[in-house]
Design a protein around this ligand. Structure first.
Ligand SMILES: NC(=O)c1ccc[n+]([C@@H]2O[C@H](COP(=O)([O-])OP(=O)(O)OC[C@H]3O[C@@H](n4cnc5c(N)ncnc54)[C@H](OP(=O)(O)O)[C@@H]3O)[C@@H](O)[C@H]2O)c1
Length: 306
């Protein structure tokens, strides 16, 4: 039995949030919109991807992004550079893409080699082509509620909640983790006074003496810490909606690869109490690429800004 099938069996009277299916729906919608945009205007959305160094995980991510672009009719441009590439060279490529009208979105795969400062590169990307949503202007827009690029994993989490008909308004959302790419942006998205948000949000992190004091109060719990199965059944209340962002490799001699992927949430005990929960894998993960495509489409169609 596949992992998703066994998760479904476990969740007989509950709701498994199927990120794989929701992401596939979004990609199909984007493909139809891309065909129409091309037909109406001659514009084909274009995503430029830069990979520096030979990190195998980064290569896998970049390859799946290239494949996802091809499947929905986007143009993708990829540049792969050795680990000893200088920051100035990287900035030069970003500048060239900033000026290229066929490039609507720019993605520099992180992490970059240590001698290159991530933030210098992120800041060099035109805010109009910031497909990853990491530029300070995109983050600032998000905080003050202006339209703009929202980083892909948080945007994917919001879509998962909306498309699973989970009401957010007035709910107490507890976010565990305050990274710039997940914790901070998802918290900022969900407290906005907008029809699809308007929640009361608490963020907790290693500064808290006892995170379970907070997690037990959550109507919606979003966990992005990077520690395998750190949230257990005793840390949540009955009926909670759980979004597990974690993606951790845990040694497992029974698997051919010698490891299994697990989330930050202990699925067996937490799903006992949850009214809805994302599996790992197959929950948040597939949404991240879908939202990267969505951001690139919006840039190409002129739907961002203002
Ligand atoms: N599925 C996807 O597409 C996707 C995308 C992005 C990330 N992820 C996964 O999500 C996880 C988090 O990623 P990230 O980039 O946000 O991680 P990160 O930058 O390492 O941030 C982790 C955050 O969790 C907090 N934290 C760590 N241990 C904690 C604990 N025991 N109790 C409370 N807070 C704790 C840290 O607190 P401090 O700030 O106090 O240090 C930090 O704010 C990782 O497993 C990553 O692989 C998945």
């Amino acid at each position: 039995m596949s992992k998703l099938m066994s998760d479904k069996k476990l969740m007989t009277d509950k709701k498994l949030i199927d990120g794989k299916k929701i992401a596939a729906d979004i990609r199909a919608e984007l493909k139809a919109k891309t065909d129409k945009l091309l037909n109406d205007t001659g514009i084909r959305p274009g995503l430029a991807l830069l990979l520096v160094g030979d990190d195998p995980a980064s290569r896998v991510y970049v390859n799946s992004k290239i494949k996802a672009c091809a499947e929905i009719g986007f143009r993708s441009i990829t540049k792969e550079l050795p680990a000893n590439t200088t920051e100035a060279e990287v900035l030069g490529i970003v500048k060239q893409w900033n000026e290229d009208p066929d490039v609507h979105g720019i993605l520099v795969q992180l992490p970059l080699p240590k001698h290159i400062v991530d933030n210098n590169v992120i800041r060099a990307i035109s805010p109009d082509k910031d497909a990853d949503g990491f530029h300070p202007e995109s983050m600032g827009r998000l905080v003050i509620g202006l339209p703009g690029f929202v980083s892909c994993t948080p945007a994917g989490i919001l879509e998962l909640l909306i498309r699973s008909n989970i009401s957010i308004k007035g709910k107490h959302v507890v976010v565990v983790g305050r990274s710039n790419i997940v914790g901070k942006p998802i918290a900022n998205l969900l407290y906005q006074k907008t029809p699809n948000a308007n929640a009361v949000v608490t963020i907790c992190h290693t500064g808290a003496d006892d995170i379970s004091y907070y997690t037990k109060q959550a109507d919606i719990l979003i966990v992005a810490v990077g520690v395998a199965e750190v949230i257990k059944g005793d840390d949540v209340k009955e009926g909670v909606v759980v979004i597990d962002v974690g993606m951790n490799r845990v040694d497992d001699a029974t698997r051919p690869r010698g490891y299994r992927l697990t989330g930050d949430v202990h699925f067996p005990s937490v799903s006992e109490k949850a009214s809805a929960i994302t599996p790992v894998p197959g929950g948040v993960g597939p949404m991240t690429i879908a939202m990267l495509l969505s951001n690139t489409f919006k840039a190409a169609a002129g739907e961002i800004g203002g």
